[in-house]
Write a protein that binds this ligand. Structure first.
Ligand SMILES: Nc1nc2c(c(=O)[nH]1)N[C@H]1C(S)=C(S)[C@@H](COP(=O)(O)OP(=O)(O)OC[C@H]3O[C@@H](n4cnc5c(=O)[nH]c(N)nc54)[C@H](O)[C@@H]3O)O[C@H]1N2
Ligand SMILES: Nc1nc2c(c(=O)[nH]1)N[C@H]1C(S)=C(S)[C@@H](COP(=O)(O)OP(=O)(O)OC[C@H]3O[C@@H](n4cnc5c(=O)[nH]c(N)nc54)[C@H](O)[C@@H]3O)O[C@H]1N2
Ligand code: SF4
Ligand SMILES: [Mo]
Length: 708
C-alpha cells in the first residue's frame, strides 16, 4: 500500500492554514497542520480534518440532478446546460434580463474557480438582481474604504504580529480564526502580544473564547459600539492624543476640528449610558489605546452588521488614523499580495448607482442587499424576479427571515443551484449542478491574501484527481455561459473570438496573467516548486501606493458619515423589556454547511440559547429547559444554557443551523438539526444607509416553551 504526503492551503475559512494530507492509494486518510507553512506554522483547527469527510460524503452530489415528479434524477452535463440555457433565454425574452437573479454565497471567495468565473457568468446573465453574503457580512468595511481611501477593496488589517495594543470589538477570532484579518494560529499570535507586554482588550456582549485570552474584557450592550467609538474619538481629540505622524500630509487640516464638533455630543457619560460600560472603563480604554506605542482598533462582524455598522467601521478607521496608527507597523496596515485584486482604479466597486425595486435600498458593487431578495421575488410587477441561480450559498439559513425566503423560492418559475449538497436552499431548485470540491480542486487564495497580516503566496494543484465525468466549478460556469450565449455570438470575428476565449481559459492562465504584472512577478509553474508556500515578508507601509482618491489624500470625514452621526445624536435611550438577540460561531461548525461531518459535529449540543441567570430566573427558566424565542418574524424552540458568560439582557443563538426543513438530504446534519437563527432575524431590520441586515440586537421575547 503506497502512502504519500501532499500539501495545500485549507480553504474552509479565512485563515489559510497550510495542511499536510496523507494519502493511501490516492485516498485521504489523515490531515495535519503543515509545519513548514511559513504563515500557519503547523496550526490547524478541527474543520480541516473534515475535508476528508466532505471528500467521502455519500450525500455529496457529483452529477447534475433534475427535479422530477418522482424525485431527483441524474442527467448528463450537456443536457443540463442545454435545458437550463433554454429556460434562461425564454425567461429573459418573456420578462427581462433582470427577471433572473443570482445569490453567491461565502465559499465563492474561498474557491479559485468560482472567484474568477462568477463575474464572467454574471456578465453573461446581464442582470441587476445580484445578491451575495456581502450584505449580511462585511459591506460596511468596503464602504468605509470606498469613501476614505477611494477603493472599496483596500481594507486595512490589524498588524497583530507587531502591535502593542489590540482592541477587538465584535470579533471572536479564537473561534472564527479571524475575519478581514487572515491570521492563522491566532492563539499563539495573541500569546505573543501578551508575552511582549502588549494588551488585548475585547469588547463583546459575551465573555468569549477570545476574551478568555485577552488582558481585559468589557461587556457591551449589543448594537451600541458606535457610542463607545464616537466617545473614544472625542476623548482622543479633546485630550490632545491626536498624532497623525506620517499621515499628516494626507489629510485636510480642518477635518479634525469638524469631527470634534460633530461628535462632541457623545460624552463618556452618554456612551456609558448606551453601552453599559462604566465611564471609568471607557476613559481608561481611550487613554491606553491612544498612548500605546502602537495600537490597532479592529471591529468585526458584531459591529459590521448592526444598525450603525457603517458608521462604526468609519469610526474604527478614524481612530486608527487620528492616533497615527494607520499604515504603521503594529497598527492597521494594507497587504501587498502576489495576486493584486486592487491594482487598477477600474476595480473599485461603486455604491448607490441603482436601488432595489421595492424598498429602494442601494446597490454596492453591483449587488443589492440580500434582505430584499424574498420581496423582489414575491412582489408582482415589472422587474419581478422569476428565476434564481444560487452558487456556494444557502440563503434560506443565512439571510434574514428564512421562512419567507422558503416561500419565495417555492414561488419561482425556475431555480438552479451550483452546489454540492441538497440542502435547505438547493432543495428548492429545479436543477443542481455539483462541482468537484475540496481536495479535488486546485487552490490559490485570491481573496484572503488581500486581507492577510503577512504577505505570503501558495498555489496547490488538486490533491486528488476529480472523478471521471465530474466538472470543476469554472467548467460549469463555462458550460452555462457557452450555452446561454450560443444564439447571440457576434458576427465580428474579433468580438466573437474574445467571447469564445472565455469558454477555454483556465484559472491557472488567469493567475499567470495577473501575477505576471504584479510586484513579485510570479507564475503558477514557479509556485509549484514551493508546496509549503513562499513567505513574502511582514506588511510594510504602502498607503501612497494603495490609495486612489483623486487627490491621493485620505477623506477622513466623508459626507455620508456626517449624516449618520446626526442620526446617532437623535437616538434616545429607551427602557427595554425584550432581550437583545445576537449570534455566535463555534470552532466545530462552519456557517450553514459543514454539519454533515459526524467527526466535526459530534459532542454536546451546540445549537443552544445562552441566557444570563437573572434573565432566566425572571422567566422561570433552568439550564437545559426548552425555551421559545420570538421576534417579529417568527419563533424557534431550543434548549437554554444558563450562563454568566453572556451579558444581562442578551440572548445568543449560533447561526447556520436548522436542518430540519423539508426536502433536505443531509443524513448527519439532520440528526443534529438545531434551529435557524435566521428564522428570527428580520428582513425589515436593516442598516438604512446600506441595507445590510442587522444581525445583532434583534428584540426578542423569551419564555419557557410549552414543550418544556
Ligand atoms: N444570523 C446570522 N446570519 C448570518 C451570519 C451571522 O453571523 N448571523 N453570518 C453571515 C455571514 S458572515 C456569512 S459569510 C453568510 C454565509 O452564508 P452563505 O453565503 O449562505 O454561505 P454558507 O452558509 O457557507 O453556505 C455554503 C453553501 O455552499 C455550498 N458549498 C460548499 N462548498 C462548495 C463548493 O466548493 N462549491 C459549491 N458550488 N458549493 C459549495 C454548501 O453546500 C452550502 O450550500 O451567512 C451570514 N448569515
Ligand atoms: N468556526 C467557524 N469559523 C468561522 C465561521 C464559522 O461559521 N465557524 N464563519 C466565517 C465567516 S463567514 C466569518 S464572516 C467570520 C466571522 O468572524 P468574527 O467576526 O470573529 O465573527 P463571530 O465569531 O461571529 O464573532 C462576532 C462576535 O461579536 C459579538 N457581538 C455580537 N453583537 C455585538 C455587538 O453589538 N457589539 C460587539 N462589540 N460585539 C457583538 C458576538 O458575541 C461574537 O463574539 O468567521 C469565519 N470563521
Ligand atoms: S482555521 Fe480555517 S483555514 Fe485553518 S484549518 Fe481551520 S478551517 Fe482551515
Ligand atoms: Mo462571513
Amino acid at each position: 500500500m503506497s502512502k504519500t504526503l501532499k500539501y495545500r492551503t485549507c480553504h474552509l475559512c479565512e485563515a489559510m492554514c497550510g495542511i499536510e494530507i496523507e494519502l493511501q492509494n490516492n485516498e485521504p486518510i489523515k490531515i495535519r497542520g503543515d509545519k513548514k507553512d511559513p504563515f500557519s506554522r503547523g496550526h490547524i483547527c478541527p474543520k480541516a480534518v473534515a475535508l476528508i469527510d466532505i471528500h467521502k460524503d455519500p450525500d455529496r452530489l457529483k452529477r447534475p440532478v433534475k427535479k422530477t415528479p418522482n424525485g431527483w434524477k441524474k442527467i448528463d452535463w450537456q443536457t443540463a446546460f442545454d435545458e437550463i440555457s433554454e429556460k434562461v433565454v425564454d425567461i429573459q425574452k418573456q420578462y427581462s434580463k433582470d427577471a433572473i437573479a443570482m445569490y453567491n454565497g461565502n465559499p465563492t471567495i474561498h474557491n479559485l474557480g468560482a472567484t474568477l468565473f462568477v463575474p464572467q457568468f454574471l456578465r453573461a446573465l446581464k442582470t441587476k438582481n445580484r445578491f451575495s453574503a456581502t450584505s449580511v457580512d462585511q459591506l460596511s468595511h468596503h464602504l468605509a474604504a470606498h469613501y476614505m481611501f477611494g477603493n472599496g477593496i483596500i481594507l486595512p488589517v490589524p498588524d497583530i504580529d507587531h502591535t502593542d495594543f489590540w482592541l477587538i470589538l465584535g470579533g471572536n477570532p479564537m473561534v472564527s480564526n479571524g475575519s478581514i484579518m487572515t491570521a492563522p494560529d491566532i492563539g499563539n499570535r495573541m500569546k505573543d502580544i501578551i508575552n511582549r507586554d502588549g494588551k488585548i482588550v475585547v469588547v463583546d456582549p459575551r465573555y468569549t473564547e477570545t476574551a478568555e485570552r485577552a488582558t481585559k474584557h468589557l461587556f457591551i450592550k449589543p448594537g451600541t459600539d458606535v457610542w463607545l467609538l464616537l466617545a473614544m474619538i472625542n476623548e482622543v481629540i479633546n485630550n490632545g492624543y491626536v498624532n497623525l505622524g506620517h499621515l499628516d500630509k494626507m489629510l485636510e487640516s480642518n477635518t479634525i476640528s469638524k469631527i470634534s464638533e460633530l461628535v462632541s455630543f457623545c460624552t463618556i457619560k452618554l456612551a456609558s449610558e448606551h453601552t453599559g460600560i462604566s465611564e471609568r472603563n471607557i476613559k481608561r480604554l481611550a487613554h491606553s489605546y491612544a498612548t500605546a506605542k502602537s495600537a490597532v482598533c479592529y471591529g468585526r462582524l458584531g459591529v459590521s452588521t448592526v444598525k450603525y455598522g457603517s458608521l462604526s467601521q468609519w469610526a474604527v478607521n478614524a481612530l486608527n488614523i487620528l492616533t497615527g496608527n494607520l499604515d504603521k507597523k503594529g497598527g492597521a496596515m494594507f497587504p501587498a499580495p502576489a495576486f493584486d485584486s486592487v491594482a487598477g482604479k477600474q476595480m473599485s466597486p461603486k455604491f448607490g448607482r441603482w436601488k432595489s425595486r421595492i424598498r429602494n435600498l442601494p446597490e454596492y458593487g453591483g449587488e443589492l442587499p440580500s434582505a430584499t431578495l424574498a420581496e423582489e421575488i414575491l412582489t408582482p410587477g415589472e422587474g419581478q424576479i422569476k428565476a434564481l441561480f444560487t452558487n456556494c450559498g444557502n440563503p434560506v439559513l443565512s439571510t434574514p427571515n428564512g421562512k419567507q425566503l422558503d416561500k419565495a423560492l417555492d414561488s419561482l418559475e425556475f431555480m438552479v443551484s451550483i452546489d454540492i449538497y441538497i440542502n435547505e436552499t438547493t432543495s428548492h431548485a429545479d436543477y443542481i449542478l455539483p462541482p468537484a470540491a475540496g481536495l479535488e480542486v486546485a487552490h490559490f487564495d485570491i481573496g484572503f491574501n488581500n486581507l492577510a497580516i503577512r504577505n505570503t503566496v501558495k498555489y496547490s494543484d488538486p490533491i486528488i484527481p476529480k472523478e471521471e465525468g465530474t466538472l470543476y466549478d469554472y467548467q460549469i460556469f463555462q458550460g452555462l455561459i457557452k450555452a446561454i450565449q450560443k444564439d447571440v455570438l457576434p458576427k465580428d470575428p474579433i468580438a466573437r473570438q474574445s467571447m469564445e476565449m472565455m469558454y477555454h481559459i483556465t484559472p491557472q492562465m488567469m493567475l499567470d496573467k495577473v501575477m505576471g504584472t504584479g510586484r513579485y512577478n510570479l507564475t503558477v509553474d514557479e509556485l509549484r516548486k514551493y508546496p509549503h508556500g513562499i513567505d513574502l515578508g511582514a506588511l510594510t507601509p504602502c498607503i501612497e501606493e494603495r490609495i486612489i482618491t483623486p487627490d491621493k489624500k485620505i477623506d477622513l470625514l466623508p459626507k455620508i458619515y456626517i449624516e449618520e452621526i446626526q442620526k446617532v445624536k437623535e437616538e434616545k435611550l429607551t427602557d427595554q423589556t425584550k432581550l437583545d438577540l445576537i449570534g455566535r460561531r463555534h470552532l466545530r461548525s462552519n456557517n450553514s454547511w459543514m454539519h454533515n461531518s459526524h467527526r466535526l459535529v459530534k459532542g454536546p449540543k451546540r445549537c443552544t440559547a445562552l441566557i444570563h441567570p437573572d434573565d432566566a430566573e425572571k422567566r422561570g427558566i433552568s439550564n437545559g429547559d426548552v425555551i421559545s424565542v420570538s421576534s417579529r418574524v417568527g419563533t424557534v424552540d431550543l434548549p437554554a444554557e444558563v450562563t454568566k458568560t453572556i451579558a444581562k439582557g442578551v440572548i445568543s443563538i449560533p447561526h447556520g443551523w436548522g436542518h430540519n426543513r423539508k426536502g433536505v438530504k443531509l443524513s448527519v446534519a439532520q440528526k443534529h438539526a438545531g434551529v435557524s437563527l435566521n428564522d428570527l432575524t428580520d428582513e425589515m431590520f436593516v442598516e438604512e444607509l446600506t441595507g445590510v441586515t442587522v444581525l445583532s440586537a434583534i428584540p426578542v421575547d423569551v419564555v419557557l416553551s410549552a414543550a418544556s
